[in-house]
Design a binder for this molecule. Structure first.
Ligand code: ATP
Ligand code: MG
Length: 224
């Protein structure tokens, strides 16, 4: 089989704010799966929770600050440039147009994976990208039966398998767990406590009093 281009990782989130758990996930998987790049894509209007008070632009700014000049990670603002809800399907479809021959690898923490069967056109997502499920502390994997049925027989065990096809496989990845969530960071900020060690310094330094007040207001993400 002809060698395909190096795979592109796609890592979406609301990033309210981005934290070191997100960064480590992107870096570990980039290295482990030999991804050309990981695109970190803030969700402008998340379909499954209320839009954060913090603007998409601000959340995107933080992703850029967190990445700094780390090669191999890139902030991507395509969901900010689209109207309507930010569906991962649409994001992957636009990436597929830009990269017709490249394997696309969607990176998902287990909490996102457990909800994956509720996502817009989720079955078709597997015709655009591979799925890689990442352990997350306190979020035991509990994939829905319809997802398990859909993915039966499509498991990859080695990164090389993801390089040989453009989409359609899935894999589990174990990375050293970091028990960090944006929810906890918002709670700490609301209580006037330090978030050092959880959030990249460049992001902390950029926080304005307004950012902190909006983050505190977003403390509990509402889910549907
Ligand atoms: P919130 O508490 O607001 O939901 P979060 O920390 O869960 O924030 P999100 O932006 O919701 O961050 O998550 C984006 C993606 O990152 C999801 O796939 C999620 O599973 C994954 N993720 C977030 N934090 C971690 C972590 N500490 N370890 C592994 N995966 C994580
Ligand atoms: Mg979350």
């Amino acid at each position: 089989m002809a060698a395909l281009n190096a795979p592109l990782g796609i890592f979406g989130g609301t990033f309210t704010p981005i934290h070191n758990g997100h960064l480590r996930l992107a870096l570990e998987l980039r290295e482990r799966l030999q991804l050309a790049e990981v695109l970190m894509i803030p969700s402008a209007k998340p379909p499954h929770r209320d839009a954060p008070q913090v603007s998409p632009q601000r959340r995107y700014d933080w992703v850029r600050l967190a990445i700094g000049n780390e090669s191999g990670l890139r902030a991507d603002d395509r969901e900010l440039r689209r109207d309507g809800r930010s569906y991962t399907y649409d994001t992957l479809a636009s990436l597929r147009e830009e990269h017709p021959d490249r394997p696309l690898v969607l990176l998902l923490g287990d909490d996102a994976a457990n909800q994956f069967h509720t996502w817009h056109r989720w079955r078709e997502i597997t015709e655009l990208a591979h799925l890689v499920f990442v352990e997350r502390p306190f979020e035991p994997p509990a994939p829905a039966p319809e997802l398990v049925a859909h993915l039966r027989g499509k498991r990859a065990h080695e990164a090389e398998e993801l390089r040989a096809r453009r989409c359609g496989l899935w894999m589990s990845a174990h990375i050293p767990p970091l028990s960090i969530s944006s929810t906890r960071i918002r709670r700490l900020l609301k209580a006037g406590r330090s978030v050092r060690g959880l959030v990249p310094e460049a992001v902390i330094s950029s926080f304005t009093p307004e950012d902190i007040s909006l983050l505190a207001h977003d403390e509990e993400p509402a889910t549907d």
